[in-house]
Ligand binder design. Sequence first.
Ligand code: HEM
Ligand SMILES: *[C@@H]1O[C@H](CO)[C@@H](O)[C@H](O)[C@H]1NC(C)=O
Ligand SMILES: *[C@@H]1O[C@H](CO)[C@@H](O)[C@H](O)[C@H]1NC(C)=O
Ligand SMILES: *[C@@H]1O[C@H](CO)[C@@H](O)[C@H](O)[C@H]1NC(C)=O
Length: 320
Amino acid sequence: MASLSKTPVVLFAVLLTFLALAARAQLDAGFYSSTCPNLLPIVRSSMARAVAKETRMAASILRLFFHDCFVNGCDGSILLDDTETFTGEKNAFANKNSARGFEVIDTIKSNVETACNATVSCADILALAARDGVVLLGGPTWTVGLGRRDATTASQSTANSDLPGPASSLDNLVSKFSAKGLSARDMTALSGAHTIGQAQCQFFRPHIYNDTNISPRFAAFRQGNCPASGGDSNLAPLDLQSPNAFGNDYYQNLLGFRGLLHSDQELFNNGTQDALVRQYARNGALFYSDFVAAMVRMGAISPLTGPNGEIRLNCRKVNS
Ligand code: HEM
Ligand SMILES: *[C@@H]1O[C@H](CO)[C@@H](O)[C@H](O)[C@H]1NC(C)=O
Ligand SMILES: *[C@@H]1O[C@H](CO)[C@@H](O)[C@H](O)[C@H]1NC(C)=O
Ligand SMILES: *[C@@H]1O[C@H](CO)[C@@H](O)[C@H](O)[C@H]1NC(C)=O
């Protein structure tokens, strides 16, 4: 009896797994191999120029990709400008005066358009540029599945509700990633992106003034350039030692209670992710392989494919 009543559940689970795999299989690394054979070198060299000009750009573009994928899938929606008649995602809480790198995406897009007009989506350009930025800063590489198309809509309210904020608890982080089909392990590995880049005082102030799970020396050091009031946009590196080099030292910092954001230190705070944080701190190769696998999964969140969406000519606006 018991096994009979479980059968439909099992079949349903198999079906869901199949559908999930099928959705993922829609992306294909060779998608533009005949229509835009030089796409990868064009994006790579454009990113190399942008990162040579400003190292932080690799981090900013990686974050843009995360913020694109978490809001209605990796569909280039974050790149759309607000207009009088259109509200996009750029002014959502997590993006306003914070998300950056849009000019770099414009430059890459224009270089790509010169080679292959009206062929490559902005969503795919962002996916490639994020990977290339990680590699340029010494991180791992991976194969980027392609074939995403660009959204003709965006959602500020979904950006507000679905992007995690720096005050998030571990439970909250786990549930926001779970809502996108990503595991707690994926979440902890992807947070390792904070091995590069900078954050503004306004986002880490509560952690360095009010939290107790922080090294007192580190808190005092950070307070030096982040006053209790004012200086909201003063920057500090998310990774104390090497914000310009990709590595596993983010996790080593967490072990020493030197996470910059409250949400960072939540990963090592007597909770379910402590053991994994210890493993990543010890074993950089494990972090890299989990990070890469999680980036591929994140990059496959609900892409628009086939006849859906469009190939935007200008990443900032839908085609007219
Ligand atoms: C786990 C939940 C996460 C939270 C709460 C979070 C929050 C933040 C915040 C508050 C900042 C600083 C923004 C600013 O000061 O303007 C930041 C920066 C950054 N985030 Fe996250 N983040 C999370 C996950 C991720 C993920 C999954 C990635 C990419 C895979 C990522 C990549 C980055 C990068 C690279 C920066 C630095 C950007 C720059 O220097 O321009 N973050 N994040
Ligand atoms: C690119 O293609 C679009 C759509 O086919 C066309 O409107 C536009 O004029 C083309 N631009 C260039 C520079 O060829
Ligand atoms: C610290 O917590 C107190 C009490 O909740 C609050 O009034 C204050 O604004 C907080 N300070 C910072 C820097 O977050
Ligand atoms: C766990 O709690 C103990 C006792 O309060 C504390 O000494 C330890 O530092 C905590 N560990 C973490 C990872 O937060």
